[in-house]
Design a binder for this molecule. Structure first.
Ligand SMILES: Cc1cc2nc3c(=O)[nH]c(=O)nc-3n(C[C@H](O)[C@H](O)[C@H](O)COP(=O)(O)O)c2cc1C
Length: 645
C-alpha cells in the first residue's frame, strides 16, 4: 500500500512531505497541513503498523521506512520537493533524501525536534519499561491527547507502535560523514526537554549545502502544537527557495560587491567620478554644509553631551581586524538567513523616521535604492510616506516594518495587519524610545518634524487612527492625536507577548543592551534582537552597542539571531560586528546623508560602498562567508599591554 497520505488537495507549486515521530501516524500533521497556504501541497507518510495501515507489521529499521518512502516518492519530481521529519521522522526523512539522490531532487530538508543522525539519541529500552513509565514520559513531552492516554485500548495501540519504532531507532547507526546535498533547516522548540539548540549544530555535518537552526516557541511538539507559527516559518523557506530557483541564483551576473573598486577606477579613465566620497565617514561633514540646518541637526543629533554617540564610534575604532593570508577566499557568499528569510548580505537599512526632511522623495527613494542594491529596508512607523506607498517601490527584496507600540492597541493591530498585507516579512519593535531622548541639537533649534506634520503618514492613512478623530479633522488635530497615542510609554514585556499573539510575522526587538533584557525578550516571543542604543540618540552615557553585543549574544545562546546597529560607518565596521557575534548589521545615518546629498543614487552609493568594503574585508581575512568571521580575527586595543604595542 502506498504510504503517502494527503489531507488537503491542492495544486501547489511546491510539495512538502512530512514524516511522523515514533509512535505517530500521518494524522499528526493534519493541523500543520491546514495551516499551510494553497501554494504548498502537503503529504504525510503513513508508516506500516498504524492507523489505516494497522494490519501491516511495523518496520524493523529506519532504513526500511526510508526505502518504502523513497519508492513512493520517486515519481514526485514534477515540482520542488521538500521533506519535513519530526523527531524520529527526521531520521527517516534524512535517509529518504539520501536514497532519492538522482531520482527526485530534494529542494530542502526540514528536521524538527531531532538530534543529528550520528548523535547518540539516548533512547531508553522501552521494552524494559512498564507501560505506566512510558505513559508518564508521553505526558511530559505532549503530542498524545489526554483522552488517548487515559483510554486503555487506545494507549495500548500507541505503545505497541512506539515500542516498535523505538526499537528501530535504537538499532539505527549513521556515520559522521553521511550527508545530503539538500540545504537543511533544523527546527527546535525553545522548551523542548529532549533537545537543545546547541545539539542541533552538528546537523551541519550531514549536508553539503546550507545549514540553519530555527527555534519555535514550545516544547518537543512545537511543530504541530504551534501549527500557525511553524507553517509561517516553513512557508518562508519554501517560497524563498522557489523564488531562488526561478531566478537561477542572485550571482547570475557573476559580479561580486568588491568589483565596485574596479568599476570606479575604470569609469575614471573616462573622466567619471563617484557621486559622493567613498569614505562614508566624511558624509556627515558634507551634509553639514549642504542640508538645511534643522534637517541636519535632526539627523546628526545625539542625546546630551554626545558621549554615547562618540562611544559608538570609539568602540569600532578600538577594535582591529587581524587579516589571514593565503586562504584563497575567491568565491565569497555574503548571503545570510534570519528568521527563515534569506538576505543577500548581512546588512539592512535601519528605520529612520521622516526622511522627506532631507529629500523630497524620502522613503520612496530609499526603498528604490534598497531594491536596486538588494538590501532590505526597515521602514519606520514614523515614515513620511505610508507603508503601502513604500511597499510599491520595494521590488523583490525582503522589506521589514519597524513598529513603535502605540498606546491605542487598535491602531497597533491595524498597523500590523497593514504591514502583513503590504508584504512586509518581519516586524522590528523598538523598545528604547518610550520617551524622546534629551537631544540638544533638536532642542536648540526647537525643531521636531512630527509636530510640523512630517513623519505621521502611517497614522493619517490608518482607519483605526482616523476612527479616533472626528470626520474632516484638521492636520493640527491629527498631530495632537498622534502625540497622544503613537508610543506607549507604559508598555511592558506583556506588550511584546501581545504582539506575538496578534501576528505570525517574526518579531525582532530593537534597542536591547542588557543581557537580562535579551533573555526577557526571547521569553516574551522575540524571534530576533537588535543590539542598539538608537545611534546614541536616547540615553546619553549609555554603553556603546558594539560593547554590549557579546554579552547579549551569550545570553541568548544561539536561540535567536542577534543584529546590531549604532556607529556602523564602513564595510570593515560591519565585518567587526559580525566577528564579535552579530548575525547582521543595520546602518542608519550614512544612508540618510546619501539620501539628503544625492537622493536614490546617494543611498545606492552608500550601500554599494559598504558591501564592497565588507566583501573585501572577507577576502582579506580569508573568509568565504560572514559565518567565517570569528572573534579570533579581532583585537581590542583597550586591552593590549604596552609591551605588546
Ligand atoms: C534621524 C533618525 C531617525 C530615526 N528614527 C528611528 C525610528 O523611527 N525608529 C527606530 O527604531 N529607530 C530610529 N532611529 C535609529 C536608527 O534606527 C538606528 O538605530 C541608528 O540610526 C543607528 O545608528 P547610526 O545612525 O550610527 O548608524 C533613527 C535614527 C536617526 C538618525
Amino acid at each position: 500500500m502506498n504510504g503517502i497520505r494527503t489531507f488537503h488537495h491542492r495544486d501547489g507549486t511546491a510539495r512538502l512531505v512530512c514524516f511522523p515521530h515514533a509512535g505517530g501516524g500521518a494524522s499528526a500533521f493534519l493541523a500543520l497541513s491546514a495551516a499551510l497556504p494553497d501554494d504548498i501541497e502537503v503529504h504525510a507518510v503513513q508508516y506500516p503498523g498504524r492507523q489505516d495501515r494497522r494490519s501491516e507489521p511495523c518496520a524493523e529499521a529506519i532504513e526500511d521506512l526510508a526505502a518504502q518512502a523513497a519508492t513512493a516518492l520517486a515519481g514526485y519530481d514534477d515540482r520542488p520537493l521538500f521533506l519535513l521529519g519530526h523527531s524520529m521522522g527526521a531520521l527517516v526523512a534524512f535517509e529518504t533524501a539520501r536514497l532519492l539522490r538522482g531520482r527526485a531532487a530534494v529542494t530542502r530538508l526540514f528536521a524538527s525536534a531531532a538530534r543529528p543522525p550520528a548523535a547518540d539519541w539516548a533512547e531508553p529500552d522501552v521494552d524494559a519499561l512498564a507501560d505506566e513509565q512510558i505513559v508518564g514520559e508521553l505526558r511530559r513531552l505532549g503530542g498524545v491527547p489526554e483522552p488517548v492516554l487515559d483510554d486503555p485500548e487506545m494507549i495500548g495501540e500507541v505503545l505497541r507502535q512506539l515500542r516498535a519504532d523505538v526499537r528501530a531507532l535504537r538499532r539505527y547507526r549513521c556515520g559522521d560523514d553521511a550527508a545530503v546535498a539538500a540545504p537543511l533547516t533544523v527546527l527546535v522548540g525553545t522548551d523542548d526537554p529532549k533537545n537543545s539548540v546547541a545539539q542541533m549544530r552538528d546537523w551541519a555535518r550531514h549536508t553539503t549545502g546550507e545549514h540553519v537552526v530555527e527555534t519555535l516557541h514550545g516544547g518537543h511538539f512545537a511543530l504541530t502544537e504551534r501549527a500557525a507559527e511553524a507553517a509561517a516559518l516553513l512557508t518562508r523557506y519554501i517560497r524563498t527557495d522557489i523564488a531562488e530557483r526561478a531566478n537561477g541564483g542572485d550571482r547570475a551576473n557573476g559580479t561580486a560587491p568588491a568589483d565596485l573598486v574596479r568599476e570606479i577606477l575604470v569609469a575614471g579613465v573616462n573622466g567619471r567620478r563617484p557621486p559622493l566620497s567613498t569614505d562614508l565617514t566624511t558624509l556627515e561633514e558634507t551634509a553639514r554644509t549642504k542640508l538645511p540646518p534643522d534637517a541636519f541637526a535632526y539627523v546628526a543629533g545625539t542625546a546630551g553631551s554626545g558621549a554615547t554617540g562618540r562611544a559608538n564610534r570609539a568602540a569600532f575604532e578600538e577594535r582591529r581586524l587581524v587579516p589571514r593570508m593565503l586562504r584563497g577566499a575567491v568565491h565569497r557568499d555574503l548571503t545570510v538567513r534570519l528568521a527563515g528569510q534569506r538576505l543577500p548580505a548581512p546588512v539592512l537599512l535601519a528605520p529612520v523616521a521622516a526622511q522627506t526632511v532631507v529629500h523630497p522623495q524620502g522613503e520612496l527613494a530609499t526603498a528604490r535604492a534598497a531594491a536596486e542594491v538588494g538590501v532590505p529596508f526597515v521602514l519606520s512607523t514614523f515614515a513620511a510616506h505610508s507603508l503601502e506607498e513604500v511597499a510599491e517601490q520595494s521590488g523583490r527584496v525582503p522589506r521589514w516594518f519597524q513598529l513603535y507600540l502605540p498606546s491605542d492597541r487598535a491602531v497597533a493591530e491595524s498597523l500590523v495587519r497593514r504591514a502583513e498585507a503590504g508584504g512586509y516579512t518581519a516586524l522590528v519593535v523598538t523598545v528604547d524610545a518610550a520617551y524622546l531622548g534629551f537631544r540638544p541639537m533638536e532642542l536648540d533649534n526647537a525643531y521636531s518634524p512630527f509636530l510640523r506634520g512630517t513623519g505621521i503618514a502611517n497614522f493619517t492613512t490608518d482607519p483605526a487612527f482616523r476612527a479616533g478623530l472626528p470626520d474632516g479633522a484638521e492636520p493640527a488635530a491629527m498631530v495632537r492625536r498622534w502625540a497622544e497615542i503613537s508610543i506607549d510609554p507604559a508598555a511592558t514585556w506583556d506588550g511584546l507577548a501581545w504582539l506575538r499573539d496578534v501576528t505570525d510575522l517574526p518579531v525582532f526587538v530593537k534597542g536591547i543592551l542588557h543581557p537580562d533584557d535579551a533573555r526577557l525578550a526571547v521569553e516574551h516571543g522575540a524571534r530576533g534582537l537588535v543590539v542598539s542604543n538608537h545611534g546614541g540618540r536616547q540615553l546619553d552615557g549609555s554603553t556603546s552597542a558594539l560593547d554590549a553585543l557579546p554579552a547579549v549574544r551569550d545570553a541568548v545562546a544561539g536561540r535567536v539571531p542577534v543584529l546590531m546597529d549604532s556607529g556602523v560607518r564602513s564595510g570593515t565596521d560591519v565585518a567587526k560586528a559580525l566577528a564579535l557575534g552579530a548575525d547582521a548589521v543595520l546602518v542608519g545615518r550614512p544612508y540618510v546623508y546619501g539620501l539628503g546629498l544625492s537622493g536614490q543614487q546617494g543611498v545606492e552609493h552608500v550601500l554599494r560602498c559598504l558591501l564592497a568594503e565588507l566583501d573585501l574585508a572577507l577576502a582579506l581575512t580569508g573568509c568565504a562567508s560572514p559565518a567565517e568571521l570569528t572573534p579570533d580575527l579581532i583585537t581590542d586595543q583597550r586591552f593590549r599591554s604596552s609591551a605588546a604595542e
